[in-house]
Design a protein. Structure first.
Length: 213
């Protein structure tokens, strides 16, 4: 286990980093606007579970290889961006489906498993997460105490739990705003399209981000 001082310092750093709106927040807001509070919270849970993959990779030393290899980093980055763009385009294409829950037979929400799985893929394929953990985790590890991989796993789990709470708050706020738009089929279709557009834009930003930053 990392020292208590390291856990507290990393928790503070994590809160500051996560609280600043970034790609993760934009993803959560976009999903919440498209799917509502339930879909937004499930997307957050899936995204944070997916983020545990980079944590494990970094703890095992594989993360450093990905972070230092331009080819691997770029491949992972493009795969993640493509999937994010796909989700955004789907949200835009189907923005009018189920907008009237009283008369539209298609007004059935996506299954929890589907939304959770989609969030997981986005979290697991974000190369920036790997770079962050490669750069940050070693600074809070007590190498003299041994069990370095375990310490990194604990720190990564701490970061994930904090992100779950803070990103979940964004999901609730955006999902609540969407509930007002849902009173009008036209407004709901517009806000769904806006959510999809945010995800497509985020995919473009991710795809164009240099391998080394």
């Amino acid at each position: 286990m990392p020292p208590v001082e390291s856990l507290l310092a990393f928790a503070l750093a994590s809160v500051v980093l996560i609280a600043i709106p970034g790609p993760s927040v934009l993803f959560v807001i976009g999903r919440s606007l498209s799917l509502g509070r339930r879909g937004g919270l499930l997307s957050v849970l899936g995204n944070e579970l997916g983020a545990l993959v980079p944590v494990v990779l970094v703890a095992l030393g594989v993360g450093t290889l990905v972070a230092q290899s331009v080819a691997l980093f770029t491949t992972l980055k493009l795969l993640g961006a493509a999937y994010l763009a796909y989700l955004g385009v789907q949200a835009i294409r189907h923005r009018r489906e189920g907008t009237d829950v009283r008369t539209d037979p298609r007004a059935r929400p996506a299954s929890s498993w589907t939304v959770l799985r989609q969030g997981f893929v986005v979290g697991a394929t974000n190369p920036k997460t790997i770079v962050f953990f490669v750069a940050a985790l070693p600074q809070f590890v007590d190498f003299h105490a041994g069990a370095v991989p375990l310490q990194m796993l604990v720190l990564g789990l701490e970061f994930t739990l904090i992100a779950l709470v803070l990103d979940g708050t964004w999901a609730v706020l955006a999902g609540t705003a969407r509930a007002w738009f849902a009173r009008s089929p036209r407004r709901l279709a517009a806000v769904r399209g806006a959510g999809g557009g945010m995800m497509v834009g985020l995919a473009g930003v991710l795809a164009l981000t240099p391998a080394k930053s």
